[in-house]
Design a binder for this molecule. Structure first.
Ligand SMILES: Cc1cc2nc3c(=O)[nH]c(=O)nc-3n(C[C@H](O)[C@H](O)[C@H](O)COP(=O)(O)OP(=O)(O)OC[C@H]3O[C@@H](n4cnc5c(N)ncnc54)[C@H](O)[C@@H]3O)c2cc1C
Ligand code: FES
Length: 504
């Protein structure tokens, strides 16, 4: 596999980047939107269409965050099963969760149509299949729940897969597209008429007020409202206790035999997600999964091997051409937080999208633009960041936060494994003890060692090495840093300080 494709998603390689300018200095707009992923770009586009002057501020290149790494199944099948949503949010809440996902798919469909976007948008069925009798029993409950909340769902024994399954929950009218082609078309329409899109413009501070002030490294943007569309909000401590970062992996391979266009999900925990897509005339199968808590597995590269073996055993393919990974943010109660941040007057957040962030990100644009425009939105109450926690939660709130607390303490107390700087191979990163203190050291391919502090600049957890992506990942709230300590992913906004290594 050539390096260009290694760790770049199929979308990144097949839709070239744009060049948007750096923020040139101070600026005043109606709404400042931080983050150039699906949530930020959709919010920007909808607000601009409604007559607002917006500025999107992206710290790297747009679509270089999780949206660039997505597999973009546009689906009403949420990560939290409808059986759980019915139990935790009642009939009304579960109905709204389903109908809001449908509304997001239709929002994308109508934008593609109105703007004539060439992104391969196709309606397909989705199949969640069972391979064991135990999985089948659970699946039958989910079929009933999906029908109860209004999905066009049925149980099918016959599933168009090239391997035997016990049966599947089939949902009609789900969709596929090339996510980058779709969102670049939205991005192209943001600048102009007093609106702007800036890249390489990192936000380092936000001040709520009238007006709000968004401080970047290149100037301050004043605005009547601010949207934090940064996957996890910047420095919002209370909300962070309800958000848990997981790493997930994907591979793509040209098909070497028939596979009916569609979305397919197995019933394992964690589950695998599969889809088809034709790109530049080549039919691909994309397979994702092998999720784990960020920082829980150092040999992240082994996850690709397992995923590839899963794909090869089930689908007609000769070679894997693309492999990539990213993070999903799991919310404590199973649904995202979209709306005005608790305690803020004019600052809005959109986070906790789980594995269905393409639809939730689109929904974020719909809900937040309505809230900022002072319009009613039928889904705003369900996703309000300050909603009360339901009786039960899809994720164990206490356990997940105990894990964060554990990591905070255990990683500080743990002793590095006694290896020395000289043991570090090119391309490897490791926490070492140097002159009595811990440092995060990476040796580049040319043999030079780079040392940074292992203490995450967000709230002080210790970073872990991710060998597949060559990054320092923080297990607490999903912050990520390059091998030399540059912020890749919020909520951290400051780089890891560099450390001196002894000259030998
Ligand atoms: C492998 C994988 C598969 C997935 N599959 C699916 C799927 O099939 N269906 C689905 O619906 N969802 C899927 N998801 C989830 C979905 O892709 C994400 O939830 C969604 O893309 C998140 O969008 P976002 O706009 O919130 O964040 P992002 O796309 O991460 O955008 C946030 C942006 O904010 C920028 N930023 C952060 N901090 C700052 C700062 N201080 N200043 C300026 N900019 C900043 C970042 O650089 C980034 O570009 C998948 C995710 C992964 C990783
Ligand atoms: S991301 Fe919060 S402590 Fe690192």
């Amino acid at each position: 596999m050539n390096d260009e494709r290694l760790h770049k998603s199929l979308w990144t390689v097949t839709a070239p980047p744009r060049n948007f300018p750096v923020l040139p200095g101070d600026l005043d707009v109606d709404v400042a939107i931080i983050g150039g992923g699906v949530a930020g770009l959709t919010t920007a586009w909808l607000l601009k269409r409604a007559g607002k002057k917006v500025a999107v501020l992206e710290m790297h290149r747009i679509l270089s965050g999780q949206t660039g790494q997505t597999t973009a199944h546009l689906t009403e099948l949420l990560d939290t099963p409808y059986t759980a949503l019915l139990k935790d949010f009642g009939d009304k809440g579960a109905h709204l969760a389903a109908s809001s996902s449908r509304a997001a798919i239709e929002q994308i469909a109508s934008t593609v149509e109105t703007l004539s976007i060439d992104c391969g948008f196709t309606r397909v069925p989705a199949f969640k299949f069972a391979e064991t009798e135990a999985e089948l029993r659970d699946l039958l409950h989910e079929v009933a729940a999906a029908r109860r909340v209004g999905l066009l769902a049925s149980f099918n024994r016959s599933v168009p897969l090239p391997f035997p399954v016990k049966g599947a929950l089939r949902v009609e009218d789900q969709a596929l597209l090339h996510p980058r082609a779709y969102l670049l078309a939205l991005a192209d329409r943001v600048p102009g008429d007093g609106s702007h899109l800036f890249e390489q413009s990192k936000v380092v501070d936000i001040h709520d007020g009238t007006p709000c002030r968004v401080v970047t490294e290149h100037g301050t943007v004043t605005a009547r409202a601010v949207v934090e569309a940064t996957t996890t909000p910047l420095n919002r401590v209370a909300l962070h206790t309800r958000l848990y970062p997981y790493r997930t992996y994907a591979v793509a391979a040209p098909l070497d035999g028939p596979l009916e266009p569609g979305q397919y999900f197995d019933s394992r925990d964690p589950y695998h997600y599969i889809r088809t897509q034709r790109v530049d005339g080549v039919p691909y199968v994309i397979v994702g999964g092998e999720d784990h808590k960020v920082g829980a597995h150092e040999d992240t590269a082994a996850r690709f091997a397992t995923l590839e073996a899963y794909a090869r055993a089930r689908f007609p393919l000769k070679r894997v051409t693309h492999r990539w990974s990213g993070q999903v943010i799991e919310p404590a109660d199973g649904l995202p937080s979209i709306g005005r941040n608790v305690g803020s007057r004019h600052v809005y957040v959109a986070t906790g999208f789980s594995g269905t962030g393409m639809t939730f990100g689109t929904l974020a644009g719909m809900v937040l633009s309505d809230l900022i425009l002072g319009q009613e939105n039928p889904y705003a109450a369900l996703y309000a960041p300050g909603r009360l926690k339901p009786r039960a939660g899809a994720k164990d709130f206490i356990q997940e936060n105990a894990d964060v607390a554990f990591r905070f303490v255990a990683d500080r107390l743990s002793k590095p494994d006694g290896r020395h700087l000289k043991d570090l191979a090119p391309g490897e990163g490791r926490i070492l003890e140097v002159d009595g203190r811990k440092v995060a050291v990476y040796r580049d391919d040319e043999g030079t060692a780079h040392a940074v502090s292992p203490v995450c600049t967000h709230l002080g957890c210790h970073v872990h090495w991710n060998n597949a992506e060559r990054s320092w990942d923080c297990p607490c709230h999903g912050g990520r840093f390059s091998p030399t300590g540059r912020v890749l992913n919020g909520p951290a906004v400051s780089d890891l300080p560099s450390r001196k290594l002894p000259v030998k």
